[in-house]
Design a protein around this ligand. Structure first.
Ligand code: FES
Length: 126
């Protein structure tokens, strides 16, 4: 059964759109459905200050991306790398099993955005 929290994100998704000068960007295309999920992060003082997403995916991808982008704001990047979209979908959001892969796309895009930022940062330092 869908949780009240995820229902809220289905009805009014947050953080949709591109962050033009994002510090990190992660893109994923679902191997089964072909839908794209892109996550953007902006960093401040070593933490995620802002996050947003764009997707052509289904309602579950939109709702999970909305929730996850809200969840990561203020979070350390290492913590964001531990977010498991499928576990959230299963244990907290109450998404039906056929939507767990959509949630997995969201956390994968987030992880790629964080790694993109780490790579860019590493480039600056080097
Ligand atoms: Fe493609 Fe949900 S079916 S993201």
């Amino acid at each position: 059964m869908l949780s009240d929290l995820i229902k809220e994100h289905i009805v009014s998704p947050r953080n949709q759109g591109v962050i033009p000068a994002a510090d990190g960007m992660g893109e994923v295309v679902g191997p089964a459905c072909g839908d794209q999920v892109v996550l953007y992060i902006q960093m401040k003082d070593g933490s995620i200050n802002r996050a947003s997403f764009t997707t052509h995916g289904c309602w579950a991808a939109v709702a999970m991306a909305s929730w996850v982008t809200e969840m990561v704001m203020g979070m350390a990047p290492e913590q964001a790398l531990e977010i498991d979209g499928e576990a959230l979908a299963r244990e907290q959001a109450g998404l039906p099993e056929d939507k767990w892969p959509c949630a997995r796309l969201v956390s994968l895009a987030l992880h790629r955005a964080v790694r993109d930022w780490q790579r860019r940062k590493g480039g600056q330092a080097g």
